[in-house]
Design a protein around this ligand. Sequence first.
Ligand SMILES: NC(=O)CC[C@H](N)C(=O)O
Length: 266
Amino acid sequence: MALSVGVLALQGGFSEHLHSLRRAAADLNRHVNCIEVRTPEQLSACDALVIPGGESTTLSLVAVQSNLLEPLREFVKVKRKPTWGTCAGLIFLSEEASSTKRGGQELVGGLDVRVHRNHFGRQRESFVTDLELAFLEATPSSSKPPPFPAVFIRAPVVDKLLTDEVEDRSAQNHVATETGLPSPVVKSRAAKNAKVEVLAVLPGRHASNEAAAIGDISAVAPKGDGDIVALRQGNVFGTSFHPELTDDVRIHTWWLQQVLQATSLN
Ligand SMILES: NC(=O)CC[C@H](N)C(=O)O
């Protein structure tokens, strides 16, 4: 049976993700049903899900109005189906968020982390930068993959790990003790068997904006070593940036391969 991958189509960049997923499936020579998800019924037909970027407070409001919040939590945290969130999608898939709208916002959760919304500031502080993504490397013997053009638009970063089960895979041949990642500070509330894998950090760019001044990131954000911008915990994958806004479908291809493996449909 063909794999069915949904893209949450309530708001934001869902059509770009559908386009990239279809290209990735073609590159893998696989037939994949790519479905727009707006209802619990459509969600229940999916083997995996992408939650696009956009605006997380709107996303969460529309998800509540569409009766999708609980089905999404069940999809991600009970059925543990492969789910990838980009930008606002990453915020939605985090257990906690800071710099949220007054009164907070509903989150699906699944990643034992706290994200800091709008970490780099306003729209005008958006940027594109080359990121080294060691996880795209196919085999240990293959050559270093070319950098990925990462688009950050009012992007969040992970500023706190809520579990001490962490593995840093952001660099090739990495030795864990050499990392400058923030030391985990709070034990996971929801016991999970999967550890948080840090897949990419963005070096050398720091919040120098009012969002950072207002937020409480100073206590826990990595200083000088980079911000966590891609991570995975079990079935949940998150990126701060927007691979669907580039021509480069390597991350979509990699994720589809992971999904095929996890769902044994390969
Ligand atoms: N490009 C994006 O998805 C931005 C996310 C946005 N800053 C939010 O909080 O939802």
